[in-house]
Unconditional design. Sequence first.
Length: 286
Amino acid sequence: MTISAKQVMDLRAATGMPMMQCKRALESEDGDFEKAFDRLKKEGMKALEKRADKEAKEGLVRVRLTPTAGRATLLAVACETEPVARTEGFVKFVDTLVEHVDEKAPEDVAQLLTQPWIADGGLKVEDALTGLVGQLREKIEIVSFARLEAPSGGIVGGYQHHDQKNGAIVALVSEKDGDGLEAFAKQLCMHIVFSRPTALTRDQVPAEAREREERLLREQLAEDPKMQGKPDNVVQKILDGKMAAFYKQSVLTEQEWALPDSDLTVGELLKQHGASVQSFYRAQVG
């Protein structure tokens, strides 16, 4: 049977698949839209399965700020190659997905995939993702996302690095007037991107990471000839100093400010602004 251009365009709009692939699906199903749609979805799933063992080391990070609603959203989506990360289809999917996360507030990736796609309520997010994989023929995965709401008396801020592979968001509260707090929140997110803290305070450093670091340091000290015969209290003091250096690298409030406009720590700058960090998130691809 003859397949019209409108049928092909409608199927392409619904699936995101290439025109010729849509035409072949319609021809195979005698023009039945629903059957052709299901066929393309299965083809997309097969493409996902074939690329499951591939590494997705490229992609995009998006930061979306909605000041009127007091929200900040961070999203990272990975793919296999940089050329695909720059294609119109991939960029549009990521831009739409960060808007979706901002408005629909999924709890995790599993729930996100089951939600009606904001760009087409007839599809789920999973369907849109599958269609994109079928179109671009690369592994594409939602790496992470976070969504913060401004606390009472506070603000949210965000920063997306120019390489579009790194970003951060933060929620701040302040005892002072808000003058300059928005600019500081953005600078703080820049610092987070560059310095990569893993926790807000020492208490929030995962016990496993803390114990692993302490164990490795103890082993190093035990193997150091200079430490042989040292009293236990001396060894412990040296260990405490090395652990303090570890916290200075990984804990946000103890890190030295990464930007060139201050020699203070992040904690000291927060005190200057009468502010405290309620929460932060960082994401990257590549």
